[in-house]
Design a protein around this ligand. Structure first.
Ligand code: UD1
Length: 365
């Protein structure tokens, strides 16, 4: 067995989660390798994050690419299995809830390699979300479950996970945010787009439930048009959403002088855009947490969230498809009546340190 651990990352929201773990491993003298599954592969969906966050080059690139769920998951599994059959690490660390997460956890476990899941126990209780399936299954087979909020432990115990496997450590994504805040503040991303501080809304949309069906996407485009009558809108479009906006012929419907369309952007630039925005409209998971930490109003176009703390203590409101509610919340934000957030326990920039101390104690002493 190799005297090292493997960090798995594959899709955009994974990279900011492995960054602080990698840096802490160096700090604590734990040997590691980085496995990039290749689930995301465009420069601005993958490599830019390695550059922005000083993550070393991946040691192994599995080149899985896009495809249906079965195809993509299977491709990652086959490639990762080949690697693990050649060499066995002490532990495979998976993060988040993407297809790469469950694929690599499953391969490792079946080859008797321990698995740690970072961001365990989050539940939307919506099994139509592919990520929910990935979360539940990854947690069932993980040996160490690191949680970001207290509710996650309740969820895990309800699913029969033994208490001694669960560790409340806080949020590694917030570690990355804390580390990069100053750098992002010093950029002029929003200015270079012609935007003014606190005078624009930032949009991210990519959930299949919002963007894969024409009738759903039309409603969202109309909501964006409404928003753009009130405030300037910047919308860096995810590849899935871009493909569908083209296929359904909806870019024309979105056209307004007040909507600026962009490509997906890097971590630091996006953080700069968040920091200077008046509000964020999203269906992302992680951005609900980042905006809550930063105290920026965030309206979530989903029926539920697996991150309830962002609603209870943060600045998040779940809008679902209630566009009247959306209009009221937009009014409140623009009139500065919107709720203020509070500090969230454990979101202090030290989560990766706590995680690596636990891993080191269990596997390297
Ligand atoms: C995936 C994750 C989702 C996460 C999101 C962040 C799963 C099930 N979903 O969804 O949880 O929130 O990443 O972005 O793992 N594409 C490109 N370039 C790329 C990658 C993808 O053009 O670098 C296009 C392809 O057409 C692909 C589509 O985007 O088919 C969707 O990519 P995929 O990784 O399958 O799912 P996401 O929607 O990105």
């Amino acid at each position: 067995m190799l005297d090292e651990i493997y960090f798995v990352a594959g899709a955009r929201p994974n990279f900011m989660k492995i960054a602080p773990l990698v840096h802490q491993s160096v700090e604590q003298g734990v040997k590691f390798k980085i496995i990039h599954t290749g689930q995301h592969y465009d420069y601005n969906m993958s490599r830019v994050f390695f550059e922005n966050l000083n993550i070393p080059e991946p040691d192994y690139f599995l080149d899985a690419g896009s495809g249906t769920h079965a195809y993509q998951t299977a491709k990652i599994m086959m490639e990762f299995e080949k690697l693990l059959l050649k060499q066995t690490p002490k532990l495979v660390v998976v993060v988040g809830d993407v297809n790469s997460t469950i694929a690599c956890a499953l391969v490792a476990k079946k080859l008797f390699v321990d698995v740690a899941h970072v961001e365990a126990g989050l539940r939307s209780f919506d099994r139509k979300m592919p990520e929910e399936i990935n979360r539940v299954l990854t947690d069932q087979i993980s040996d160490l479950l690191f949680t970001t909020e207290k509710e996650a432990e309740v969820n895990l115990k309800n699913e029969g996970i033994e208490e001694q496997k669960i560790f409340f450590v806080g949020n590694v994504m917030i570690d990355t945010l804390v580390t990069n805040l100053e750098k992002a503040k010093n950029l002029d991303t929003y200015k270079s787009l012609g935007l003014l501080k606190d005078q624009y809304a930032l949009i991210t949309l990519h959930r299949p439930s919002n963007v894969d069906k024409k009738e759903d996407l039309i409603k969202i485009v109309d909501a964006l048009n409404h928003l753009s009558e009130r405030i300037k809108v910047f919308f860096p479009v995810h590849p899935r959403t871009n493909r569908n906006l083209i296929e359904f012929g909806l870019y024309d419907r979105l056209k307004s002088d007040n909507v600026i369309i962009g490509e997906p952007i890097g971590y630091l630039e996006f953080l700069n855009l968040m920091l200077n925005s008046k509000l964020i409209l999203t269906d992302s998971g992680g951005i609900q947490e980042e905006a809550s930490y930063l105290g920026i109003p965030i309206l979530t176009l989903r029926e539920n969230t697996e991150r309830p703390i962002t609603v209870e203590k943060g600045t998040n409101t779940i809008i679902g498809r209630d566009f009247q509610l959306l209009k009221r919340q937009i009014n409140d934000v623009l009139a500065s009546r919107y709720k203020k957030g509070q500090e969230i326990e454990g979101w202090d920039g030290k989560s990766a340190k706590r995680i690596m101390e636990i891993i080191k104690k269990k596997y390297f002493t």
